[in-house]
Write a protein that binds this ligand. Structure first.
Ligand SMILES: *Cc1c(COP(=O)(O)O)cnc(C)c1O
Length: 300
């Protein structure tokens, strides 16, 4: 449906020069389309009748849309707190939506319990390698749009870490193919109110303890990311670090974007908020790229 090859906008905020990749310009208005198109194509090739997914929002909308496109039945389990706009989008695509009273992990368990036959496919954006291999096109495009160079710094929002995993795959492949010489450091951004990975990283732990807390950045409010240890390793190995941003900083970054015509959902302003914070704290980021990962009308 035209997923991929989103614009890379060159912006300046005070001392920070940054490339912002307009992922909200995707068919279902978030970068999740990159993963969903590959995941659903795989399900279609396997001839399944039915997809089951769990999501805090945008993965569910993307999988619902591609399932509709592929003519495959789809049920999505989501936490009851998910924004109305995302719910309406899933229902419009004909997905059966089940609201789960509880955490994001309770929604995942409900989805897994629903996979009772081989004709049902667990379309998990968290566990499926097909999703990550779709998202890696984000990294290919960043390199291509910079003239087949890696930026010095990639700023990445992290909840379950599908984008983090995608960029790691992309730049590892580009380096192995001899297309880029050096790999980017990854500055991973979490919301201060729900930052299990950032806490583990700061404490030098290699495993993640569940966090809790509500934040305006609902798309990265993942209390206990399934791939936690792997995500910590990717950031550490890249020479990067974690930044946490308060809800006030996220909303401020969202307003600064809107003031120049870019309307994104709060989650999608977190990477810019993180870059601004790292820059204000004196980090030398060099050439930097961050995503505008989802559209503003998702959570107006
Ligand atoms: C899903 C999502 C993220 C975070 O992605 P993870 O794969 O959970 O780390 C960031 N921004 C938006 C808009 C999202 O939908």
């Amino acid at each position: 449906m035209g997923e991929g090859f989103t614009p890379l906008l060159r912006e300046r905020f005070g001392a920070l020069e940054i490339g912002l990749k307009a992922e909200f310009a995707s068919p279902t208005l978030s970068f999740k389309d990159r993963g969903a198109v590959v995941l659903v194509a795989h399900a279609l090739a396997r001839g399944v009748d039915r997809l089951v997914a769990d999501s805090s929002g945008n993965a569910g909308t993307a999988i619902s849309a591609y399932a509709a496109r592929a003519g495959i039945e789809c049920r999505v389990y989501i936490p009851a707190s998910t924004s109305e706009a995302k719910l309406a989008q899933m229902r419009a695509h004909g997905a059966q939506v089940t609201l789960v009273d509880g955490t994001r992990n309770d929604a995942a368990n409900a989805a897994i319990a629903d996979v009772t036959s081989t004709q049902t496919y667990y379309a998990s954006h968290v566990y499926s390698p097909f999703f990550a291999h779709g998202v890696k096109t984000y990294g290919y495009e960043v390199a291509e749009q910079l003239g087949w160079k890696a930026p010095d710094t990639l700023v990445v929002p992290v909840g379950n870490g599908t984008m983090l995993l995608g960029v790691q795959l992309a730049f590892a492949e580009l380096a192995a193919a001899g297309i880029i010489e050096s790999r980017p450091r990854i500055v991973a951004v979490q919301a201060a109110r729900c930052a299990p990975l950032a806490s583990a990283f700061a404490a030098g732990r290699t495993t993640v303890r569940p966090a809790d807390g509500k934040t305006v950045a609902e798309g990265i409010a993942i209390a206990h990311p399934a791939r936690g240890a792997q995500l910590l390793e990717i950031v550490r190995e890249s020479g990067g670090w974690f930044v946490t941003v308060d809800d006030d900083e996220i909303l401020e970054a969202r307003s600064r974007l809107a003031a120049r015509g870019l309307y994104v959902e709060p989650t999608a302003a977190a990477p810019l908020a993180g870059a601004l914070k790292a820059s204000a704290l004196g980090a030398e980021l060099g050439s930097t790229v961050a995503p505008l990962s989802g559209a503003g009308l998702k959570s107006a």
